[in-house]
Design a protein around this ligand. Structure first.
Ligand code: AMP
Ligand code: GLY
Length: 428
């Protein structure tokens, strides 16, 4: 059968790589894909991004299953459009994707359904937002409502930082690179600061049932020891030891199940990958920091490297509503991925640097591509996060060594990467 993956990042390269392993899958198209999906003889890039044209392509090619990677097309309703055309697609509808695309929607939803999360208030009036900070003190968290590609969150340790963030998000809107406002214009959500360790908890949902994927932990800051600006993610590993069996059970019972039941009860059942960003406190209580309506990037790369089950079968069950029949098998080893980012990432990533020294692909060692493209026969950088060197090992330490061994042969000018991916798990 033929499948289509929508997107061009490392997450989509990993999805396509894993789908291609299924004996039931003959062809995997990736739209638009990247330099890595282009180089893989089992994958085929399709230079289409317009949803209508993609649906035409899916109909013409008799695509059995389309999987959508990133949040933007989901929030814009690609799933609604494919379904209306009778095409099988895995992802949430536009209405269900609001769990990620509107922080205000997500917070109000969690409040309605008693799902553990930070206390919050949301404002469109700057004076009221400033007053909230004055009466609650710091640390405090200020978030722009709407998709902001990971840049719309300020964890303010001082009052000055908090006030500045409010002005940036509500007053100085002309300077907001990349923030997409929801209806009603600029809005901020102000949250209580949660203390603990973060983990990515991702499930596959058919609207009623959920199957959890292996747990993972992302490293969001640019520099070692969690310093520097926030990024989309500089590396990840799976499993995340902070998610003990007890924390896992709580996350399923207190967060995932009430979320799926609540979305169904409100007439917007959630089908797709549901990603709960958890903050786990010292007592093992998880709280929801955020929801994403998709897989994480780079979490997907180590997670899928550990998946032993057939991804195509899993997603067919998910689109048939029969996930209650599925049990997933996982490699017991740890997988760890280190992102190599371009010069200037995250603010102003440079493009066009030639990449050399890529190791050959292997089942336990893959360099997934993100911001790469082929230019006159040469692989060059074309985006912020360029590659993710991902490998398996019998311990976190061994997986880390294996991933860095892959990475050390790779060269491009201005490459940035962290040297400490996995440090929290190694410290335990
Ligand atoms: P978000 O985009 O909502 O996931 O926020 C990005 C990052 O900011 C999270 O991964 C956390 O590290 C941090 N963060 C967000 N909300 C909170 C909170 N309420 N308390 C502490 N840290 C937070
Ligand atoms: N790596 C975090 C995310 O995908 O949102």
């Amino acid at each position: 059968m033929k499948t289509l993956v929508v997107g061009s990042g490392g997450r989509e390269h990993a999805l396509a790589w894993k789908l291609a392993m299924s004996p039931k899958v003959q062809t995997v198209f990736v739209a638009p894909g990247n330099g890595g999906t282009e180089a893989d003889p089992k994958l085929h890039n399709v230079p289409i991004t317009d949803f209508g044209a993609l649906a035409d392509f899916a109909q013409r090619e008799k695509i059995a299953l389309t999987v959508v990677g990133p949040e933007a097309p989901l929030a814009a309703g690609i799933v609604d459009l494919f379904r209306a055309r009778g095409l099988r697609v895995f992802g949430p509808t536009r209405a269900a994707a609001q769990l990620e695309s509107s922080k205000a929607f997500a917070k109000e939803f969690m409040q309605r359904h008693g799902i553990p999360t930070a206390k919050h208030a949301s404002y469109t009036d700057p004076a009221a937002a400033h007053a909230h900070v004055d009466s609650n003190g710091v640390p405090i968290v200020i978030k722009a409502d709407g998709l902001a590609a990971g840049k719309g969150v300020v964890v303010a340790m001082s009052a000055a930082e908090a006030h500045e963030a409010i002005d940036w998000m509500l007053v100085d809107t002309a300077n907001q690179l990349g923030v997409q406002h929801n209806a009603g214009g600029a809005r901020v959500v102000i949250e209580e600061f949660l203390v603990g360790e973060e983990a990515s908890f991702i499930v596959v949902s058919d609207g009623r049932h959920a199957v959890s994927l292996a747990t993972s932990q992302d490293h969001k800051r640019l520099l070692d020891h969690d310093q520097g600006p926030n990024t989309g993610g500089m590396g990840a590993y799976s499993p995340a030891p902070v998610v003990t069996p007890n924390v896992h059970a709580k996350a399923m019972h207190e967060i995932i199940q009430p979320t799926l039941a609540g979305m169904a009860a409100e007439g917007t059942p959630f089908t797709g990958f549901l990603y709960a960003g958890l903050m786990v406190d010292d007592h093992g209580q998880p709280r929801t920091v955020e929801f994403n309506c998709r897989l994480g990037d780079p979490e997907t790369q180590p997670i899928l490297m550990r998946l032993k089950s057939d991804l195509f079968d899993l997603l067919m069950h998910a689109t048939d509503g029969t996930l209650d029949q599925v049990e997933l098998k996982w490699d017991r080893r740890t997988a760890l991925g280190v992102v190599m980012a371009a010069h200037g990432y995250p603010l102003a990533p440079r493009k066009g640097d030639a990449i050399t020294g890529l190791p050959p692909d292997a089942d336990d060692a893959m360099v997934f591509h993100a911001g790469t493209t082929m230019q006159d026969g040469t692989l060059v950088t074309s985006g912020g996060r360029v590659l993710c060197a991902t490998a398996l090992g019998d311990s976190v330490k061994l997986a880390q060594q294996h991933a860095y061994d892959l990475l050390h042969g790779i060269r491009f000018d201005g490459a940035q990467y962290r040297r400490d991916i996995g440090f929290r798990a190694i410290k335990r």
